[in-house]
Design a protein around this ligand. Structure first.
Ligand code: ZN
Length: 250
């Protein structure tokens, strides 16, 4: 691995709003009697979340499909494993096999937690949706099952951290934003083809912390204005503006 030094971090934070009900499956061990067949994932305290790995994995898969950077496999496809230093997918997310890493992985995606409003409790944000298969001859419903979903309109707070080593890393952040746009026209979680999991990113903010910030120079931090959403090309100009806080000539 090349001896790169960290020049700073760029943090992208904001809100994921559900446009349709979302299901990211948890385990049935947490299930109470009279519950659903397929509960939504939550943490040990019952808080509902979108795991960082789900968000990162989905965005990675969408970018890989768009750029043809995946490995065909019997069961479907595997993430890119080339590890080339000109592969934006491997630089951002790391090659599938960590033995192929040539440069440090740039991204970290934190778990996104459901935001509770007006003293509501987590269960106020859940609904049980029955699903079944219709018998084509008799017209009767078969195999009914009950799927728990987080209701449309719910909001999750998300945070993505980019570790910056090179001047060209700005293109990796732009690449990730491209993946976020693809996700808005796709879905998060399961049953997307049945209309689940349409999301929208909103109230976005970019925070640039150059290495001098961590060394004690607090005023070196640069924050963007609030960006309404990804449709707005403002996100790229705000990124290019906060990016100026990083000094690459040292
Ligand atoms: Zn690759």
């Amino acid at each position: 691995m090349e001896n790169l030094t960290l020049k700073g971090k760029v943090i992208l934070e904001g809100v994921i709003e559900l446009k349709t009900g979302m299901h990211i499956g948890g385990t049935k061990e947490t299930l109470k009697i009279g519950g659903t067949d397929n509960p939504v994932i939550r943490d040990a305290f019952g808080n509902i979340l979108i795991p960082g790995s789900s968000l990162k994995g989905k965005i990675r898969a969408l970018l890989e499909k768009k750029d043809g950077k995946y490995v065909k496999d019997k069961g479907g496809y595997l993430p890119c494993n080339c590890g080339n230093i000109d592969c934006e997918i491997c630089l951002l997310f790391g090659p599938h096999d960590s033995q192929n890493i040539k440069e440090p992985v740039r991204i970290m995606v934190r778990d996104a937690y459901l935001q509770l409003k007006d003293e509501k409790k987590p269960h106020d944000y859940l609904e049980i949706k029955p699903e079944n298969i219709i018998d084509r001859i008799k017209g009767t419903a078969q195999h009914p099952r009950f799927i728990e979903r987080v209701v449309a309109g719910s909001e999750f707070k998300f945070e993505v951290v980019f570790n910056i080593y090179k001047e060209s890393d700005i293109n990796l952040i732009k690449k990730f934003i491209e993946g976020m746009k693809l996700l808005e026209d796709d879905y998060l979680g399961g049953s997307g083809s049945r209309g689940y999991g349409k999301i929208k990113f909103k109230n976005l903010k970019l925070i640039c912390k150059p290495k001098e910030y961590y060394e004690g120079n607090a005023e070196k931090k640069k924050e963007s204005n609030i960006i309404d959403g990804l449709d707005d090309s403002k996100i790229i100009s705000e990124l290019e503006n906060v990016w100026k806080a990083i000094n690459f000539n040292q």
